[in-house]
Design a protein around this ligand. Structure first.
Ligand code: AMP
Length: 214
């Protein structure tokens, strides 16, 4: 199965992608995680991506597609859930071309719907474990008692000024993908509000029927 989770920052893509990956035995590929890891290792990709990410801007398509290609090649483009990729029309066109050159198969695109005001609230409460990368929400999904508060950090791009910029970027550059995938009959709308398990059940119900083949 090939799944793309699509939606604004803070829609819960990362949380749901991990659950989907575990339930359906899929590879979880997050371009955001790849960039954060590259920044941590201070490698070439990390150095190039850093300033865009910290400003809440999108990393240029060429670099993103390069990173995505490497990750997809490694798993032979099979059994994946993509989280945070594609994010622009050129990236989705690149992905269709890339998958078209691989073995056929359907792509399930899940559109996770959440209002902007909820996103701002959610992201400002989001914290990440500095070692494991585990994501928590201080209000909705608090860390277990054995997690030390000093190990929880706020992502630079989860600060209010960055959140606003990321939402503008989302509406300008990423939201048009909704039409791109809807037109080809591959988009399933899911209400992403509510308990994690409820949202997961809604997503799972869209993955039962095969999506139309590209
Ligand atoms: P995420 O963890 O998915 O929210 O990604 C964090 C940041 O990494 C984003 O705000 C972008 O700056 C960058 N990024 C991740 N994935 C992409 C992508 N597909 N296209 C462009 N920039 C990306």
């Amino acid at each position: 199965m090939r799944v793309v989770l699509f939606g604004p920052p803070g829609a819960g893509k990362g949380t749901q992608a991990k659950k989907i990956a575990a339930a359906y035995k899929l590879n979880h590929l997050s371009t955001g995680d790849m960039f954060r890891s590259a920044i941590k290792h201070d490698n070439e990709v990390g150095r190039e991506a850093k300033s865009y990410i910290e400003k809440g801007r999108l990393v240029p398509d060429t670099l993103v597609c390069e990173v995505a290609r490497e990750a997809l090649d490694e798993i032979e483009a099979e059994q994946f859930v993509l989280d945070g990729f594609p994010r622009t029309i050129p990236q989705s066109e690149w992905l269709d071309d890339y998958l078209g050159s691989k073995r056929g198969g359907s792509l399930h695109v899940v559109n996770m719907i959440v209002d902007d005001d909820i996103i701002v609230r959610r992201l400002s409460q989001r914290r990440m474990h500095r070692e494991t990368g585990a994501i928590y929400n201080l209000a909705l999904n608090p860390p277990p008692a054995d997690v030390r508060p000093e190990d929880l950090i706020q992502r630079v791009d989860d600060r209010p000024e960055s959140i606003r910029r990321r939402l503008v970027v989302y509406h300008e550059q990423t939201a048009p993908l909704e039409d791109y995938y809807r037109k080809s009959g591959r988009l399933a709308d899911v209400d992403a509000l509510g308990p994690i398990e409820d949202v997961f059940a809604r997503i799972a119900s869209t993955l039962v029927e095969p999506a139309s083949v590209q």
